[in-house]
Structures are given as structure tokens and as C-alpha cells.
Design a protein. Structure first.
Length: 247
């Protein structure tokens, strides 16, 4: 929804800017909340200018056209945990969610009571053709760069690693999972990206960067509030002057 076309240009533009800044604050708050979430990909905003059909050609208003996902690589850090894995490059780990396949960059896996390899939310990690990966607790686990899992030299299975030809058909499902939203965009087997065992990818949301952006947005918000107040005051004075002339 866009500002009321009956508003004066100053107030309408300020109101549109305030709405856009509030949306930015929501994105920033979510990024900050997930600054320590493994494999999290930050949300960014893309701006455009809206011109109301009723407005003159010089009256444009800033709006957030759509948020977009920052796919840049997060820092990979060593954990020493043999069930932790990270992708050093493109791609996703595939898991089985409540309603079908989901994809994640968070390789912080664990063993369920029945031996299945699962995510921290309990979603089974997918092996070849979507089959669950069942391991023996107490035995050493070796995960090769291609995702092959071995225990005591025996191959247990292989992580299902995928990538998408276009990020346009992939959307966030919760804060740390993704799902395919476009039937024409299908996951393809991943190649060329090594799996790093005993490591995790950190969030690509920098706490310092988020703090600086938060301060910047708050200052812009204050300036827009002052502009909206100024517009309202100018309207009040104009109405009073018209009333005096009428008398």
C-alpha cells in the first residue's frame, strides 16, 4: 500500500520513506538475531522509486521493492566435531523437512537416537536419492570432500549436495532453510565444492556491519520524522491562512 495521494508531496514522500525504513529495521533485526546462526544468509533490501498515477512527474517516493538474499560465503571455522561439515563454495546440504525437501548451509549435524544423521531441528539429512543416513554411534566418522561418509573404512552413504541454476526460484523457509518455489527451478547435483569435515560456516551477517547499518537507519528515520512533522506544520499554517483570507 502506498501513501494517500491526497497528501502533499513532502508528507507523502516522508511517509513512504518511514515505511521503507521500518521494513529495513525488520530485516536488520532478523540479521542481528541470526548473527551467530551457522550458515545463515543475510537479507538485504532493494529500493526503487514509486510515482503515484495522481502525482506529478517529479513526485516520487522511495519503497523497498523486494528483499534479496546475500549469498556471499561466511567465514569457515574449525570446531573439531566430526559431525560438523561446511561447504567451501556454492551449494546446499539437502534435508527432509516436514513437507518435503529443504536445503541448508548449516552443517551442524547430530545423531538421533535411532542413528539417523539429523539437523538440530531433527530433520533427517538426505543421502543418495533422498535416503536417510544411518550411522553407528561410538565409531569414528570420516566425511570426504565429495560428501562420502565412512565408518571404520566402510562406506555408509553420501551426503546429497545440490545447487540451483537460479536463485530466483529459491526462498527462505524459516531462518536457516531454503525451499524451491519455482517448479522450473530444480536442484542439480553439486560439483566442484568441497565438503570440509570438522568445520562450520558462520553467518555472513557481520555484527559490526549490522550495528553501523542500524545506526544509519535510525538517523534516517529521525530525519524523515522531522520532514513529516514539517509537512504537517506547513499544511496547518496554509489552512489557517486560507481561513483568515476567507474571513
Amino acid at each position: 500500500m502506498h501513501p494517500n495521494p491526497g497528501m502533499d508531496p513532502l508528507t507523502a514522500t516522508a511517509a513512504s520513506g518511514l515505511r521503507a525504513r521500518m521494513e529495513s529495521l525488520d530485516l536488520l533485526a532478523n540479521n542481528v538475531a541470526n548473527a551467530s546462526t551457522g550458515g545463515y544468509k543475510a537479507d538485504r533490501e532493494f529500493y526503487s522509486l514509486y510515482a503515484a498515477p495522481e502525482a506529478d512527474s517529479e513526485s516520487t517516493m522511495p519503497v523497498i521493492e523486494r528483499p534479496w538474499v546475500d549469498w556471499s560465503q561466511g567465514l569457515i571455522r574449525s570446531t573439531g566435531n566430526q559431525l560438523d561439515v561446511a561447504l567451501s563454495g556454492r551449494g546446499f546440504f539437502a534435508v527432509t523437512g516436514p513437507n518435503g525437501p529443504l536445503y541448508t548451509r548449516n552443517g551442524s549435524f547430530q545423531l538421533a537416537a535411532d542413528g539417523r544423521l539429523v539437523t538440530s531441528e531433527g530433520y533427517p539429512v538426505r543421502g543418495a536419492a533422498g535416503a536417510p543416513l544411518v550411522l553407528s554411534d561410538g565409531r569414528s566418522i570420516d566425511i570426504a570432500h565429495d560428501g562420502t561418509i565412512r565408518q571404520e573404512g566402510a562406506v555408509i552413504g553420501k551426503l546429497e549436495l545440490v545447487d540451483f541454476t537460479s536463485a530466483e526460484g529459491v526462498a527462505k523457509h524459516g531462518n536457516n532453510y531454503f525451499r524451491a518455489t519455482d517448479p522450473s527451478v530444480r536442484p542439480a547435483p553439486l560439483s566442484g565444492t568441497p565438503v570440509e569435515q570438522g568445520k562450520l560456516e558462520a553467518s555472513n551477517t557481520g555484527s559490526a556491519e549490522a550495528a553501523v547499518r542500524l545506526v544509519s537507519v535510525m538517523r534516517q528515520f529521525e530525519m524523515l520524522q522531522k520532514a513529516a512533522t514539517l509537512g504537517a506544520e506547513m499544511n496547518r499554517q496554509a489552512i489557517e491562512q486560507v481561513a483568515r483570507v476567507g474571513n
